[in-house]
Design a protein around this ligand. Structure first.
Ligand SMILES: [Zn+2]
Length: 201
């Protein structure tokens, strides 16, 4: 059995997405072999990440400023909110450079099998934001076209229609392959999906 510090780090790294115990084990031994300088840099980078990154209190994206640069930018169109699952999706849409509105990061999607995880989703925060922002005219549902994304979009569509009937609700056109993840979509596909978005009412 490995000594305690090794076991401990394997356990922590195994919790990262796509990292199982075998990969975690490989990481730990790579670090041990690479020496104190490299591991020290990693440790510093992690500390800096936690010290400097904030959660934007408007859109819930991660940023070193609160509100983040996008929410603070008066040149952006604040009448339009694109609802995305993760921060990486904001970056994917920004890369297309055709979207001029603002975002709301849910930090996850609704899960029927893991309801305990739904508590962390910034859904209530979205409704509160719409309520207190009379300038909002359109909500664009830009979630992944997979089962969880579809479930979440359907829920949001119904909730927005019911509680905010004055708001137009739309979703990305079906150019993205079913089951795919938005953040890995190529720019042209994403650009077309945004341009020809479907109005749901
Ligand atoms: Zn923001």
């Amino acid at each position: 059995m490995y000594s305690r510090p090794i076991q401990n780090l394997i356990r922590i790294l195994s919790k990262l997405p796509s990292v199982g115990p075998r990969t975690a084990e490989r990481f730990v031994f790579h670090m041990l072999k690479s020496g104190k300088k490299e591991v020290g840099d990693l440790s510093l980078a992690l500390q800096e990440l936690m010290r400097n990154m904030k959660s934007c209190s408007v859109c819930y994206d991660f940023s070193d400023q609160n509100p983040c640069l996008l929410c603070n930018n008066t040149k952006r169109d604040h009448t339009m909110i694109a609802v995305v699952a993760e921060s990486q999706d904001v970056q994917a849409i920004e890369k297309t450079s055709i979207y001029t509105g603002v975002y709301h990061v849910l930090r996850g999607t609704l899960r029927a099998d893991r309801e305990d995880e739904n508590n962390g989703i910034k859904m209530a925060e979205l409704f509160k934001r719409i309520q207190s922002s009379p300038e909002v005219k359109e909500i664009i549902l830009a979630l992944n076209p997979n089962m969880e994304g579809e479930t979440t979009m359907l829920f949001l569509e119904r909730a927005v229609k019911k509680n905010f009937p004055h708001i137009t609700i739309s979703r990305l056109a079906r150019g993205l392959p079913t089951g795919s993840e938005l953040q890995y979509a190529d720019e042209i596909t994403l650009e077309n999906a945004l341009k020809s978005r479907i109005v749901l009412k």
